[in-house]
Design a protein around this ligand. Structure first.
Ligand SMILES: Cc1cc2nc3c(=O)[nH]c(=O)nc-3n(C[C@H](O)[C@H](O)[C@H](O)COP(=O)(O)O)c2cc1C
Length: 174
């Protein structure tokens, strides 16, 4: 098993995408990465909905903008795929479980050469009747909390320059 630290260090969030679609195979790999994340008591409460249908992306975009009350810019940066990650409310670790699933997905996307970014406000989106209707239309039963979105696509141009990572992260008690 190789050390994947370099992948972790090189990953960057992308906020500009080309029109090139993401293949189903790539999407499946990203979803699988999320599925293989750990979860509290192994309850596996996380689900992920990969949306490539432009009309549905537009619907989610509007819902996301409604939460912000800002309509000037696209919160999904024009990415051709938006993955909504939710977790069953029966699990009290759902936010952590969903968050690490998103982390895994971001890393898998990067390792596939795709651009990706975590986008917020999934919770509020899926608290609306329209959000609940989307789950119902997929036959998803039970109460789910939106954790976050992963937007996915091909990065347009270079990744933004490295952010400096803060110094005061690691402490040691030897
Ligand atoms: C919980 C969380 C919420 C985020 N929400 C947004 C968002 O709504 N819009 C956005 O453009 N980026 C969002 N991001 C991406 C961050 O802005 C990005 O990770 C941060 O600037 C660090 O950049 P890096 O991912 O390239 O290290 C979010 C990231 C996290 C972890």
């Amino acid at each position: 098993m190789g050390d994947i630290l370099d992948i972790f260090k090189a990953r960057k969030s992308v906020n500009s995408y080309t029109d090139e679609p993401v293949t189903r195979e790539e999407i499946d790999k990203v979803l699988t990465a999320g599925k293989y994340g750990p979860s509290g008591m192994n309850k596996q409460p996380v689900i992920a909905i990969a949306v490539t249908d432009p009309d549905m992306i537009a619907k989610l975009r509007k819902m996301n903008q409604d939460v912000m009350g800002m309509y000037e810019r696209d919160p999904f940066y024009g990415a051709p795929c938006v993955i909504a990650v939710l977790a069953n409310k029966e699990s009290f670790t759902r936010v952590y479980d969903g968050s690490i699933a998103i982390g895994y997905m971001l890393l898998e996307a990067f390792s596939l050469g795709l651009g990706a970014r975590w986008i917020h406000r999934c919770k509020e989106e899926f608290e609306t009747e329209a959000g609940k209707e989307i789950l119902k239309s997929l036959g998803i039963e039970g109460e789910y909390e939106g954790i976050g979105h992963v937007i996915l696509g091909h990065a347009a141009g270079e990744l933004h320059p490295d952010f400096e990572k803060k110094e005061d992260f690691a402490y040691y008690i030897d």
